[in-house]
Ligand binder design. Structure first.
Ligand code: ADP
Length: 517
């Protein structure tokens, strides 16, 4: 049985261990895959934001170029540029240098853009252009190949101005155009609706300037979640785009999933252990029952054989007229009668048991006074018990209510218990029957000072065929059905049995009948 238990446990433990290991493995793999997918997604979002800002700038630059191309004279070009710079809030101002050597840049300011000293801008932008002359030459090259590139130029960040340059139009191939943008204005007014649209409620997209600590978030109630992916913002090289998940981060989600998995595995483990325990105890019970049944067959055969051989032996002796004295004859007759009684009892208890098992036993319930039932038994048995050396006491119940009971079945139960007390008493031969009432029950208690029942066996003695397999049991006859019958009878009476016993000190069986009052 232990082996079966071990095998069952292994059958459960091994898959669970494998499952756990697998889950750990999968988790770290999943985590990596998830991170990768997530990062790709974040990168794609950042890319789309970058693309959008580039599109916005490119569209505005195209406006400038087509304006210049369509201008008939210098004045109309000035008007067009003034109108472009004032009609959208993308640019703070536009400037034009006729060439890298040009010392008089032309500025077109937005009306509300306040600049304290345009002349100094003139000089400073001239210097900027010279500083980036390599880049500008490259722009010319691109231009010659028919492609207009717009190049963001890194300005002194404290000015909070961003510059984008591009070169020549068809009319003025040598010109360098500069558009100056206020990044914060561009972010809050042009970029912000787009950021919100892309971020929806799932992400927070931020624009951050690590140098100044400036941070714009697509969602206002941003509670300083760590930014999970960053990318430089193309039009403003000083600025970065960042993205983070609203609420839970990927790590949180993976962690949560892991916790869920482990809780599930834990529950599964407990359920499986419970199942193993259940199967184990069911198998154990079945095995015990099978063993008890086998013992029962050998016990019963033995039980039947002894009285049968006694009866046939004494009957034969009498038949052959070998017994001379009347006294001896009487003795033999009484042995035959006693043994056939014993046989009858065994056969009856087996029949009753199988009837009960098949649910075929009929009970005739009537209002009964338990005192009357027990007095009858006491009268029938006391002589017999005194002869066997028993001290047999009876304490009737006073003013006890009548109960609904089957007289014959109750007698059978009490007689069974008395028989057991006789069988399982050694030196201290004492049996007492007490009748009384307690709460809503009337009880018959049969107690003895016999060998007692160990605590371990107390729960099992009412089981079918169960016999205690130590001590007296080897020498005492029995079928293991007596207490089962008593229990079946008490169940039919909707009653209970309270067993109190201590090894070596005696036992008491209290049959509790519901009194209904
Ligand atoms: P059996 O035919 O073996 O007596 P029972 O069902 O009547 O079967 O009893 C089951 C077991 O309970 C017995 O084998 C015995 O070990 C134990 N038992 C029953 N009554 C007593 C008692 N009064 N004192 C000690 N042990 C008892």
């Amino acid at each position: 049985m232990k082996k079966i238990g071990l095998i069952l446990t292994l059958i459960i433990i091994l898959p669970i261990a494998f499952l756990l290991y697998n889950e750990f493995e999968k988790l770290s793999k999943d985590e990596k895959v998830l991170e990768e997918i997530y990062n790709n997604q974040l990168q794609a979002i950042l890319f789309s934001v970058n693309q959008y800002s580039e599109d916005v700038v490119r569209a505005a630059v195209n406006d400038i170029i087509s304006g210049i191309e369509s201008a008939k004279d210098q004045k109309s070009e000035n008007d067009i540029l003034n109108s472009i710079v004032n009609n959208n809030r993308k640019f703070s101002f536009i400037f034009i240098a006729d060439s890298l050597e040009d010392n008089h840049l032309k500025f077109f300011f937005r009306n509300d853009f306040k600049i304290s000293n345009p002349d100094s801008s003139d000089l400073s932008f001239k210097r900027v252009l010279l500083r980036h002359k390599d880049q500008i030459h490259k722009l010319y090259d691109y231009r010659n190949q028919g492609y207009r590139k717009i190049e963001p130029i890194d300005l002194d960040s404290s000015a909070d101005q961003a510059l984008l340059i591009f070169t020549g139009t068809n009319k003025h191939p040598g010109r360098i155009y500069g558009v100056v943008i206020n990044p914060r204005e561009f972010i809050t007014e042009i970029l912000s609706p787009r950021l919100q649209e892309v971020a929806k409620n799932e992400f927070i997209i931020s624009v951050i300037n690590p140098l100044t600590g400036y941070q714009y978030n697509s969602t206002k109630d941003f509670d300083k979640k760590p930014i999970q992916a960053q990318k430089p913002l193309w039009i403003f090289p000083d600025y970065n785009l960042g993205i983070s998940l609203v609420g839970k981060s990927v790590q949180d989600l993976v962690q949560e999933r892991a916790e869920d998995s482990f809780i599930l595995i834990g529950i599964l483990f407990i359920v499986l252990i419970a199942a193993v325990w259940f199967v184990y105890s069911a198998v154990n019970k079945e095995l015990e029952l099978a063993k008890a049944k086998a013992d029962f067959v050998s016990n019963v055969s033995h039980e039947l054989r002894t009285p049968l051989s006694l009866i046939s032996m004494f009957a034969e002796t009498l038949e052959m007229d070998r017994v001379k004295t009347e006294e001896k004859k009487k003795e033999y007759y009484s042995i035959i009668s006693r043994e056939s009684n014993r046989l009858g009892k065994i056969v009856n208890s087996i029949l009753n048991f199988s009837k009960m098992e098949a649910g075929k036993r009929k009970f005739n319930f009537a209002e009964e006074d338990l005192n009357e039932i027990v007095i009858q038994i006491y009268q029938n048995y006391s002589y017999h018990l005194y002869n066997k050396g028993f001290d047999f006491e009876y304490e009737p119940g006073i003013n006890i209510p009548k109960v609904m009971a089957d007289r014959e079945a109750v007698s059978e139960a009490v007689v069974n218990l008395i028989d057991n007390s006789v069988k399982y008493s050694t030196e201290n031969k004492f049996i007492k029957i007490t009748i009384g009432s307690e709460d809503r029950f009337v009880f018959i208690e049969i107690s003895d000072k016999g060998i007692g029942i160990s605590e371990k066996d107390q729960g099992k003695v009412f089981d079918k065929f169960y016999r205690v397999t130590s001590g007296l049991i080897h020498t005492t006859k029995g079928t293991g059905l007596g207490l089962t019958l008593v229990k079946q009878i008490m169940d039919a009476h909707k009653g209970r049995i309270i067993l109190k016993s201590k090894s070596g000190e005696g036992s008491s069986f209290k049959l509790m009948f519901p009194s209904g009052s």
